[in-house]
Design a protein around this ligand. Structure first.
Ligand SMILES: C[S@@+](CC[C@H](N)C(=O)[O-])C[C@H]1O[C@@H](n2cnc3c(N)ncnc32)[C@H](O)[C@@H]1O
Length: 279
């Protein structure tokens, strides 16, 4: 089992089984966040770094048959999944899907009414994301929107495990990344400065807490068990107290012990940052 859930292009927690299960476990909040952006019927939108296509059906519903959805991802296997989704009729709008990089967008200037980019910034350095925001500004129309969603991993918890274990683990990840410029999966609350630098206006931020108390749904069970395995693997390579490493290893080895606890609760937070292209 690939516990890092890696794509063929080297991005962790980005393979289709992980993305699909994560989406299923967080669907209510994820879809509310996309609806919050304010995408309207008839718009042409880009899903930049679309993964396995979790947002594609709702994007299609929002723009409708008079609109257009374009989806782009670096991983060919994720693009193939989205193509399948579209062929099976899960997107109500005309849709084009292609392999490509957010660092070099293969679209003409002023093409999109909105660019949506979810959980991609975390894989990029500050310099790369600055370049990406320049690209988004170029391909979005004057007056159009750019909306970037990303996690704030500083708020991740799985109770009844001690929340301090998760706080120390994310601190160790940040310390390890220091100096590399990597934005990381804790970047969600700190992306507005890139919108300001790119000259976007009317910047809005809104956060969501995805909180699931006992008893967990089947999707939450499966996703949290997968997450515990991934998280234990991460901690094994980080400068965290041995007792933390052991607690995470034990939880990953026996996820039911955590999931069946009457005080089980999983919490993860994300933020959507929205800005407008000047006219
Ligand atoms: C965590 S997944 C998020 C997928 C989807 N947006 C979602 O929220 O469900 C990150 C995705 O970003 C893609 N990705 C990473 N770097 C990229 C780049 N430079 N250009 C395009 N896609 C990229 C990965 O292939 C992966 O599918």
């Amino acid at each position: 089992m690939n516990d890092a859930r890696m794509t063929s292009t080297g991005h962790a927690v980005s393979d289709a089984p992980w993305l699909d299960l994560h989406f299923q476990a967080c669907r209510a909040e994820y879809e509310e966040a996309l609806r919050f952006v304010g995408i309207a019927p008839g718009w042409t939108v880009l899903d930049a770094g679309c993964g396995s296509g979790g947002y594609i059906p709702l994007l299609g519903e929002l723009v409708g048959p008079a609109g257009q959805v374009h989806a782009l991802d670096l991983a060919p296997e994720n693009v193939a999944d989205v193509e399948r989704l579209v062929q099976e009729g899960h997107c109500a709008a005309p849709t084009e899907v292609r392999v490509g990089s957010v660092l070099d967008l293969p679209f003409a200037d002023a093409t999109f009414d909105c660019v949506w980019c979810a959980n991609v910034a975390q894989y990029l350095t500050e310099a790369e994301f600055t370049q990406v925001m320049g690209g988004f500004r170029r391909v979005a129309k004057p007056g159009g929107l750019v909306a970037v969603k990303d996690s704030d991993g500083t708020l991740l918890q799985v109770l009844p495990l001690d929340p301090a274990i998760f706080a120390r683990r994310v601190a160790a990840r940040r310390a390890k990344a220091a100096g590399t410029g990597l934005l990381g999966s804790w970047c969600g609350s700190s992306l507005a400065r890139f919108f300001r630098q790119a000259g976007l206006t009317d910047i809005v931020r809104k956060g969501w807490l995805v909180e699931r108390w006992a008893p967990p749904s089947p999707a939450t069970r499966e996703f949290v068990a997968m997450g515990l395995r991934y998280g234990a693997g991460l901690a094994a390579e980080l400068d965290v107290p041995p007792a933390d490493r052991e607690a995470l290893r034990a939880a990953a080895a026996d996820p039911d012990g955590v999931l069946d606890d009457p005080d089980f609760c999983s919490r993860e937070a994300f933020v959507v940052t929205i800005g407008r292209i000047p006219t």
